[in-house]
Design a protein around this ligand. Structure first.
Ligand code: SIN
Length: 483
């Protein structure tokens, strides 16, 4: 691994403040999706190691939760500074294991660190309430307390920031965490563990366990010591975890799939809409839950939009994310590649036209050409299923009601975007879109200060912002009599 701080590249799990192998010494190889080379391996842990990680979190709970919020904040701030100082190495690790362009990886490290900084401060503002009682000699108090041991199961598409988005609020309010990173991208998580250890988190407050998603996920979602599970990943896996969590009635947060509509109305600034659609569609090679997946363009501006958007896509550099200037990298694996291929074939078979792309990239492997489809109809699978790749399907519409119906015709409800300069329309459409997040005249809206999350089958709970603390807190009502 070509990084300055070699210590950041760890190939062991982190349990109870120790770097450990799997009990049976088995490992999982991790490869670079751009070159298919094996870059290292991590322990293939299972149920037993998960139980010891959960126990170590539990043992640290009393000490960690009884620290003052300022004491916890100071340690979080050290972690934040260390992440910032090591940004370049962390970004390189991410690009090598995940494939995303290095500029995006740098951006993700900054984005991830911003959750640590934000929650280091926000954790000090866990306020309660006093409520007038119906009896004169009584008082009602409401306090908020940390929920207990938190399990965080995180995805490969944002291998660093999804960890900090979950763990920073949990840790800030006093909850110890057990993290299960995706098997494709464990090194970003382990590097964060190295820096957390250096920042001075007491042993057991942060545990990172690599290995079998099924076994570890099953233990984390059924073990009664775990009081809260936070998951980012597919709706399919989210439903399994939800079922498993029901056996011990855990608190859950689920950040699941999305199928974001992007609407450009006839009064939109076309150049800005093209830019917004481009950023939101091709971020992380189309592999984000908030990527624009259905582009609805008003018939009056449709042709101009398609032409300008296609020119932008044509100018994109595709390649190994380590090369400067690359904007589109490889897909994470063959499974993802095949899904993209199938979606494009299917759309074309039912009438879509290819403006650009539409096939495997000449670089081979899991590289797919950035693709723009137009004339797409609701017969195509791409209209209803999340593609998770660099494919932009464009639909034509001619009125507001029609496009809102099209946009809302999905089981998903995560992000949505639209471009308009008409203030009345902006209010109407923002309120009518059945999505947890609405970007108006912007294609990028994720930030630590704002509540990220979805409705319908896109999830439960919110991450980031003041709302992101609630998911790690329990409300306790205290009634004092005899005053
Ligand atoms: C995701 O796709 O899961 C997260 C994207 C973001 O935080 O913007």
């Amino acid at each position: 691994m070509d990084i300055k701080n070699k210590d950041l590249f760890r190939q062991q799990s982190f349990i109870n403040g120790e770097w450990v192998d799997a009990i049976n010494s088995k490992t999982i190889n991790v490869n670079n999706p751009a070159t298919q080379e094996i870059i290292g391996n991590v322990p293939n842990c299972g149920k037993d190691e998960t139980i010891s990680a959960i126990r170590s979190a539990k043992n640290s709970w009393k000490d960690w939760s009884s620290k003052t919020s300022k004491e916890r904040s100071n340690i979080l701030k050290k972690w934040f500074n260390l992440i910032e100082e090591n940004q370049e190495d962390l970004a390189r690790i991410m690009t090598i294991e995940q494939g995303k362009p290095i500029t995006e990886s740098r951006g993700e490290i900054t984005y991830g660190a911003s959750f640590v900084e934000w929650f280091a401060e926000e954790g000090k503002r866990v306020y309660g309430d006093t409520i007038p009682d119906v009896f004169q000699d009584r008082r009602i108090l409401v306090i908020k307390q940390p929920v207990g041991v938190v399990a965080a199961i995180t995805p490969w598409n944002f291998p660093s920031s999804m960890i900090t988005r979950k763990c920073a609020p949990a840790l800030a309010v006093g909850c110890p965490v057990v993290i299960k990173p995706a098997s494709q991208t464990p090194f970003s998580a382990l590097a964060l563990g190295v820096l957390a250890e250096k920042a001075g988190f007491p042993k057991g407050t942060i545990n990172i366990i690599t290995g079998s998603a099924k076994e570890i996920g099953e233990e984390l979602s059924t073990n009664p010591i775990v009081r809260k599970l936070s998951f980012t990943g597919s709706t399919e896996v989210g439903k399994i975890l939800l079922r498993q969590c029901s056996s011990t009635v855990k608190k859950v947060s689920m950040e699941l799939g999305g199928h974001a509509p992007f609407i450009a109305f006839e009064d939109a600034d076309i150049d800005e809409a093209v830019e917004g659609a481009f950023l939101s569609k091709f971020r992380n090679t189309g592999q984000t839950c908030v990527c624009s997946n259905r582009l609805f363009i008003h018939e009056k501006i449709h042709d101009e939009f398609v032409e300008k958007f296609t020119i932008k896509v044509r100018n994109m550099k595709v390649g190994n994310g380590l090369e400067e200037g690359v904007i589109s990298g490889p897909l994470i694996d063959q499974f993802s590649f095949r899904k993209v291929e199938e979606h494009v074939h299917d759309a074309v078979n039912v009438g879509a036209k290819i403006a650009i792309g539409g096939k495997k990239h000449k670089l081979g492997g899991t590289f797919y050409e950035p693709t723009v489809l137009f004339n797409v109809t609701n017969k195509a699978r791409i209209t209803y299923e999340e593609t998770f790749g660099p494919v932009a399907p464009i639909y034509k519409f001619n009125n507001e009601d029609e496009v809102i119906n099209m946009a809302n015709d999905s089981p998903y409800g995560l992000a949505s975007y639209f471009y308009s300069r008409d203030i009345g329309k902006i209010w109407r459409v923002a309120e009518a879109l059945e999505y947890g997040m609405v970007g108006v005249n912007t294609g990028i809206m994720s930030k630590a200060e704002a509540p990220f999350g979805g409705i319908k089958e896109s999830g439960l709970g919110r991450e980031g912002s003041k709302y992101g603390l609630d998911d790690f807190l329990e409300v306790k009502y205290i009634n004092i009599a005899g005053i």
